[in-house]
Design a protein around this ligand. Structure first.
Ligand code: HEM
Ligand code: HEM
Length: 326
């Protein structure tokens, strides 16, 4: 905790100019996206396993609070992706290190160039939606849904702390969690390679879900983005079902796309979370507990996401969602 406080105060005091702020923004945008990702993968699995809850989650995404959050999320992903690309390219090209300052300016300009038309596209959907005088989910309902996630985080953290204390007492270890050096080096390369692979996948996903069709159109009737299937009843569950059932030459392209995105983004994001934790949590008890929670969290999220992709949206789930609309 003391390390975190020192980092915040020193970050504000230290005049490291653009490089320092590029790093701070990269860290905050990465952490913000990981937080969203955890909620999002669990939410999405409800389309297959808890259709009523999925309809509720999408209704919450369509409320003003989440509309503001959506703009922040897109800004985080776009800046983090473009700055991540700069880090990855320059790390492999030491002969270009003299251009660091210019490269950071290019990142800011490119971020603005990508965000401007994206925000205009998103704002168009927002205006259309709000002009239709929609009904909003109340703040109380939103807090109730999100409280489940807070309880989940607390349970995982308490369990990890208890296990770490028991482990410390039995082994007498006064060390946090350390990975073998060669494995750390592999993860370092993975962060760069996965980042480059994630970029087109996540930009494609965001283009479909924010610009082309938009988060409000998940519950509209008509052809579902990236498919030739119609969402006849305008339920969110059928939207996901249509995308996962879309076949091109017998191949469920969006299930494969989502599966790749899921695996890459979870391992990248949670390993990034591990870097942040190891920078601030030096107490062995906390360090072990947080590292274990991160490893468990990443595995659990991949299992839940993949299980939903494999199960798909069956007729019972679609029917449940349809009845909810009536
Ligand atoms: C508010 C913004 C977003 C919306 C409305 C949205 C919407 C959706 C929807 C409807 C699906 C269901 C499957 C499909 O249609 O392909 C999905 C799946 C997925 N999304 Fe997003 N998405 C958003 C942002 C993101 C971001 C920023 C990421 C990455 C960090 C992401 C990662 C994923 C993954 C990994 C899956 C597959 C989940 C699973 O297998 O259960 N999404 N998203
Ligand atoms: C879209 C393309 C992306 C690129 C090109 C990219 C690139 C990078 C790079 C190069 C790093 C630095 C790794 C290191 O310090 O060794 C990094 C860190 C990180 N990334 Fe990404 N990333 C991308 C997407 C994402 C997404 C979608 C998430 C969240 C799910 C995420 C979360 C993080 C986190 C939490 C860190 C650690 C930040 C820190 O140590 O300060 N990244 N990313």
């Amino acid at each position: 905790m003391a390390t975190l406080v020192t980092t915040v105060t020193e970050t504000l005091r230290y005049r490291g100019k653009l490089g320092q702020w590029a790093w701070v923004l990269h860290r905050i945008s990465g952490l913000g996206t990981v937080l969203f990702l955890i909620l999002h993968v669990v939410d999405t699995s409800w389309a297959a396993f808890a259709p009523e809850q999925y309809e509720q989650a999408i209704a919450e995404y369509q409320s003003p609070l989440f509309t503001i959050g959506e703009f922040f999320l897109v800004a985080c992903v776009v800046y983090h992706a473009i700055n991540g690309l700069r880090i990855a390219v320059l790390d492999y090209k030491p002969e270009w290190w003299g251009f660091q300052q210019r490269a950071m300016l290019i990142v800011l300009v490119l971020t603005a160039i990508v965000l401007l038309p994206t925000f205009i596209g998103m704002a168009g959907h927002v205006i259309d939606h709000y002009n239709d005088d929609p009904e909003f989910v109340s703040i109380g309902e939103i807090l109730e849904t999100q409280a489940q996630f807070v309880i989940g985080f607390v349970v995982i953290l308490v369990a990890a702390l208890a296990l770490s204390a028991i482990y410390g007492a039995i082994s007498g270890s006064d060390k946090g969690m350390e990975l073998p050096g060669r494995f750390e080096a592999t993860l370092w390369s993975f962060m760069r390679i996965s980042g480059i692979l994630i970029l087109p996948l996540v930009f494609g996903h965001l283009a479909m879900m924010h610009v082309i069709q938009g988060v409000f159109d998940i519950t509209s009737t008509g052809t579902v983005v990236g498919t030739d299937i119609s969402n006849a009843n305008g339920t969110a569950v059928e939207f996901v079902g249509a995308r996962w059932d879309m076949l091109v030459a017998g191949v469920a392209i969006w299930r494969i796309y989502d599966g790749l995105l899921l695996a890459l983004v979870v391992i990248h994001g949670f390993n990034g979370l591990r870097y942040v934790v190891n920078d601030y949590a030096h107490n062995p008890l906390f360090n072990r507990a947080l590292n274990w929670a991160i490893i468990f969290g990443a595995i659990a999220l991949i299992v839940v996401g993949m299980a939903a992709l494999l199960a798909g949206v069956d007729e019972t789930a679609a029917e449940t969602a349809r009845q909810l609309m009536e």
